[in-house]
Unconditional design. Sequence first.
Length: 256
Amino acid sequence: YFCWLSAGETNGWALVFDNGEGKGHECELDCEKNTYLFASHPHGLFTAGVVNNLILSESALAKVRAPLVRFFINEFLITVFPLIKDALSSLGFVACTAKNMKHYLSKGESGCIVVGGVKEVVLTGNIDVEELYLRNAYGFVKVAIQSGASLVPVYTFGESLATGPDYLPFRELRKKLTYKFDFPFRSLDLIHRWGLCFPRGKLTTVIGAPIKVEKNENPTREEVKALHAKYCDTLLALIERNKVAAGYPTQVTRLV
């Protein structure tokens, strides 16, 4: 964690609020009055951008008026290893299950999920092309409807390349293996500063305007699909509006 803080300070990691085209960049989120489900992209290897720029940032939490934002992470990480579990739990991290998400969101606690999960890790590492595992990811949308939490799109520029480009061959085979074993098969630049593997480069996290959600404990498939489509369009527009300022003017974003 302290390595990440150092990397962030050295490389100018930043948090940007985008309220929509022509609506300014002042933070309009208020976790004291509303409940939000921050949906973050892409996963990368560490999800360092959203963690460092929002979840563990005192200044960012103050801006969104939240004592903490629950971070829903891979259940394996927070249940198998006792010491890791205790450390992550102390930071407000909880296992990413539908039950947990609905529990905290229904209590009025805002939370954050990295939608693509492990399946998205193998998609990262491409220069000028960003592939997001989102086309068939409906679970987070359904939970948002069931809990009535507003959906907030979050995107971090630089996350995909924070551990270097993916030069390994047999990408399609590695994708299949990743989906089958729930483990990322991709190349890494393992040795960075101090001989440790952690993110490098500038990570700019952009938080969009919330999409208001009407609570419905039993949403139909059509309702979930409609909100999912709206979310996808909003996310892509958010990326397009900010990619030049973030230093990625030629980036093409695809949903897979």
